[in-house]
Structure formats: C-alpha cells, structure tokens
Design a protein around this ligand. Structure first.
Ligand code: HEM
Length: 549
C-alpha cells in the first residue's frame, strides 16, 4: 500500500469530517475541536488577565505554571518555566530585569498568581509572623509537616503562639552548653572512628557525608536526648533496627514521606519497607520516652537532663488546660527540630568548609583567632563563643551565599495591604492591596544577594560579619521577626564548636582535578542543589594535619 493511497484514504475518511449533532445543529469534529480550543485559549487569557489584576499589575513573569506547583517543579527551569530553581539560577539579574525588588509571577495554565520579594521590609510584613499576622503558611505546606504531630513550624496564629510559648524555654543556655560539649565529644569520635588520628592527610570525597552525620548525632543527642555515637551499628544486639539508624532513615527519607502518596510507600520495595520500620520503631519509642520523662519530672519536680525534648516536657508541665501541648504535639515538636535543623546545619557547614578551602588567607585569619583565644592546651568552652566572632562570621557568610531556608511561603489570611519600599534612590513606599489567598514568597536567595544590603553580594566576604556574634537581625538568613528560627543559636553553637576543633587541628583545601584552578573548582563545586532546603552540591576536600607552633 503506497503512502499516497494512505493519504487519500485519510482525506476521504478523515476523523475531522465525522458529523456530530450539537444543540440541534450538525457540526464536524473539526469545528467542535476548534471551538473547544478557542474556549480554552479564551479561558487562559481571562485567567492571565485576572491574575495580572490580582497582583495589581506588578511587573514580573507571565508563565504557564506556577513555579511551586507540581508541573513547574518537575519541569526544568527554562526561559518559559521559571520552576523551583529560578531564584537561584537567575539570582544575578532577576530583580534587575524588572527594576524592582518585588515582582509577580502570573501563570496562565495552572496555579495561582503570586508575589516574590527580595526586600527585607516586605519580608518582615509577610513572614515576621506573630499571632495576629495577616499572613499564614499555606495549608498544603503546613499539612506536609504534620507527619509526627502539630508543631511550631506548621502552626499559625494562636496555635503558633501556644507552641512557641512551650518551645521557647527549651532553647536556653543549658541546651547550648550541652550542644557545645556533645559537639566536642562527637568531633573526637569522628577523628578516631574515621581513622584520622593515624593520618597526616585525609581526602574526603564528599564532606557532607561527615557534616550530615555530625548534625544528625547532635540533634539526636541534644534535641531528642538519645545517647548516640559515631560508631553505633545500624542493628541493635537483638537484630532490630537501632534507634539511631531509624532516625537516620527518617531524616534521609523525609522528602519521600511528605511528597509520595501513601499507597506508594506501601509498595514492597526495600527502601519503603525500611522507612515503614523506622517510622513505627520511632513512633513507639517516642511515646515511651514521653511517658518516662513525664513521670521522672513529676517524681522529682525537676530533672538533670538538659536536652530540648526533656526541657520541652518540663516547660509543658508548668502550663495547664488549653495552653498545654498533648503528647502528639510534644513529639511533633521534637521531630520538627530534626527536619528544620539537620539538613540546614549540615549543608551550611559543608559550604563553610568549601569556602575556607578555597580562600586559605581567610582560613589563616580564623585559625589565628582560634589559637589566640583558645590556644593549644585546652578545649574550647562555650564562654569562648563570644570571642570567636571570625568563626561565626565564616559560617554566616556561607549561609548568606547558600541560604538553606531558601523560600518562606506565606498566604494572605485576609484582604490586606503590602507596603513595598521604593527603590533605594527614592524615599517612601507603594501600598499594594493583596487579596485574601494570594501567595507572597520571600525569596531568601534574592534577599541575601540584594545589593541594597550587601556590597559585592556574590563575594565570600566573612569580614562583613566580624564582631556580630549576637543574634542581630542584620543577619537575616534565619528569617526575622517573632517567627525567626528558634534554632539559630543551636546551629551556630554546634558549628562554632566543630569548626574551632577541626580548624585548629587541620588545614582544609579543595580537592582539585588535574589542571583545575581554584576559581574553576568554585564554579564546578560551589553550586546549589535545591529540594526542600537549599544546599551546596557535593564538596570534595583534603585535610592536612597542622603543626602546632
Ligand atoms: C543553618 C541552620 C538553620 C537555618 C538556615 C534555619 C533557617 C530557618 C528559617 C529561615 C526559618 C523560618 C521559616 C519560615 O518562617 O518559614 C526557621 C524556622 C525554624 N527553625 Fe531553623 N534553621 C536552622 C537550624 C535550625 C535548628 C538547628 C533547629 C532546631 C534544633 C531549627 C528549628 C526551627 C524551628 C522550630 C523553626 C520554626 C520557628 C517558628 O515558626 O516560630 N532550625 N529556620
């Protein structure tokens, strides 16, 4: 049968010529399809126009999909689909392009219009929070965080106030003292377990393998109050999964447990079976732990334990009635420390070591401070923290360039107004009405690379933070206002203790490929990987033992 014959056959019996009856008229499939297409196009144009009106004609992108909606997220970032990564990939020109620090993104195929901002004043209005805030976290985003129970991160307004009132007292100096001493202990365990004590040079292909383990152990020991160890085997003596291993699996598979439908997680694959086992194991373990700690606190009216979990339960005992958290909420808050504090701290430590390897003159300056404050003959103590401002600064600056909490997503709880500051050269602000339900997204990459706040924003320049060991809002990557990160001092205490020990003993350098320059290494390695949090891609480094002179 020739192609020509097939072509004739198609044109004679073409599907498009089939007749349909519609409202008493004969129409062909072709004209019906055309009418549907026209209706669809018109509906999308109307959606676009509505969206543009909803964002008050604010300049920005007009795109098929909302960047945080499923198609937007799974499709790669290209000129027509900003996707999840556009704030990172387009960070050097995004806001310049529209000559505004606050822009709109209006989708015409799927998703709701939204506003993205890189301005701190707008961020304060939107994410600052408080129990009377006009902005809340979108329900879908909060629902994903409820796996273990209602908690501080997911809660809003009055519920948030109730949770913060109990969580607040748990983050105190006793906890930071524990974080400091456990970090020193864990550093020593790492050196011995990884065999560094027998070497003068150690190559670490992916530094995250160590920083993730460190951060998990510190949350486990100081957040949950478990006695974890660098070398604990994954199986307990009776063959069951150890609590430490269960916690590691829960942390590593968090993305799956919130994003995948429940039926997928029931499929008989090893990864999912392990996940289920880890969840069941931890759930029952935590319930026993709550009961034990409550009875210990009630029996003695106090406790020697200083981990956040115990102090949370203790603070809860002082409340009564509606102000008290139930067991599920207590457990929810312990787990949220894992999800909010593990990856974020581990990624930032990895980025810090990457930058210090790259810029050895900065590393030398930091080590000089460590040696002058602590010397070689004793361990650093928490009281040294305030004198180790250069160590805090190298961590802050790495976090500024890789802000782990890269988007703060909020939704207008009611019709409200945003006051958007004019460009730096002009005074005053513009009042923009924001209808109930509109999403406003604080683009933390945009904020941290905004030239209004930082000169040479692309440059790793820790000296901008020298002298800032307090929790000032000048450093905004932990967010600002009443809803700012409650774990900020936890993260910096752990990081300063670890870096002080590590850098005093070891010089860190980038592992370069043959013929590669340091700038090429920076471009290849110090790029972001973005999922729930933003983190640096795998960082390969070499440690060389320092001589003590
Ligand atoms: C480098 C490490 C960290 C970074 C960059 C970071 C960043 C942030 C940011 C940006 C927020 C605000 C999120 C929002 O409003 O949507 C936040 C909130 C929070 N963080 Fe952290 N965090 C870090 C470490 C930690 C640690 C170690 C813990 C606990 C041990 C923790 C617990 C929390 C909690 C519970 C909240 C919710 C506070 C509230 O809504 O009142 N974070 N964090």
């Amino acid at each position: 049968m020739s192609l020509r014959y097939l072509g004739d056959l198609y044109s004679n019996y073409s599907f498009s010529h089939i007749q349909l009856r519609f409202l008493g008229h004969d129409v062909t499939v072709f004209s019906a399809s055309l009418a549907i297409l026209v209706c669809f196009v018109v509906s999308r144009i109307l959606k676009l126009m509505d969206g543009i009106q909803a964002v008050n004609h604010m300049p920005g992108y007009r795109v098929p999909f909302q960047p945080l909606d499923l198609p937007g997220v799974i499709l790669p970032t290209t000129w027509w689909n900003p996707g999840l990564s556009f704030p990172w990939l387009w960070r050097s020109h995004l806001y310049k392009e529209f000559q505004s620090e606050t822009i709109s993104v209006v989708p015409f195929l799927r998703g709701l219009p939204g506003i993205y901002t890189s301005n701190l004043e707008v961020a304060r209005q939107v994410s600052g929070g408080g129990h009377k805030s006009s902005f809340v976290k979108p329900e879908a985003a909060s629902r994903a965080l409820l796996l273990w129970g209602m908690n501080l991160v997911a809660a809003d307004r009055e519920t948030w106030r109730k949770h913060r009132r109990i969580m607040g007292p748990a983050f105190n100096n006793d906890l930071y003292q524990l974080v400091w001493s456990e970090t020193l202990e864990t550093y020593r365990e790492m050196i011995s377990a990884e065999g560094w004590d027998r070497e003068d040079t150690v190559d670490v292909p992916i530094i995250q393998a160590l920083t993730f383990k460190l951060a998990l152990l510190i949350i486990g020991k100081c957040g949950f109050g478990f006695s974890f160890n660098w070398t604990t085997p994954p199986k307990a003596p009776d063959g069951s999964m150890s609590v430490q291993e269960a916690l590691r699996i829960v942390a590593d598979t968090y993305m799956w447990s919130i994003a995948a439908p429940k039926w997928v997680l029931r499929l008989p694959f090893r990864k999912f079976r392990e996940m289920r086992e880890a969840h069941d194991q931890l759930r029952s373990f935590m319930q026993i732990q709550v009961a034990e700690r409550k009875s210990e606190i009630r029996g003695q009216d106090t406790t020697d334990k200083r981990d956040a979990f115990t102090m949370l339960i203790q603070a809860n005992e002082y409340e009564s009635g509606k102000l008290q958290l139930d067991d599920q909420e207590l457990i929810g808050n312990v787990f949220v420390m894992l999800f909010a504090g593990h990856e974020t701290t581990a990624h930032t430590l990895a980025a810090t070591l990457g930058f210090l390897g790259l810029y050895e003159e900065i590393q030398d300056e930091v080590v000089e401070q460590i040696v002058s404050v602590v010397g070689y003959d004793r361990d650093p103590v928490l009281d040294d923290y305030s004198k180790l401002d250069k160590v805090v600064a190298v961590f802050y600056e790495a976090l500024r360039l890789f802000p782990a909490g890269h988007v703060l997503i909020r939704e207008a709880y009611e019709d409200t107004v945003l006051h958007i500051p004019n460009p730096p050269s002009q005074d005053g602000s513009l009042a923009v009405p924001v209808p109930k339900g509109m999403q406003v997204i604080v683009d933390m990459v945009g904020v941290q690379y905004n030239p209004r706040y930082f000169d040479e924003p692309q440059k790793y320049k820790p000296s901008r933070w020298y002298g800032s060991v307090n929790e000032s809002e000048a450093f905004s990557a932990f967010s600002i206002g009443p809803r700012a990160c409650i774990g900020r001092k936890f993260a910096t205490t752990e990081s300063v203790a670890f870096l002080t020990m590590l850098l005093r003993d070891w010089r860190v350098q980038p592992t370069l490929r043959t013929g590669e320059t340091r700038e090429q290494w920076r471009e290849r390695v110090l790029d972001a990987r973005l999922v729930l949090t933003l983190g640096v891609a795998d960082v390969p480094v070499r440690f060389t033992r320092r001589s003590r002179e």
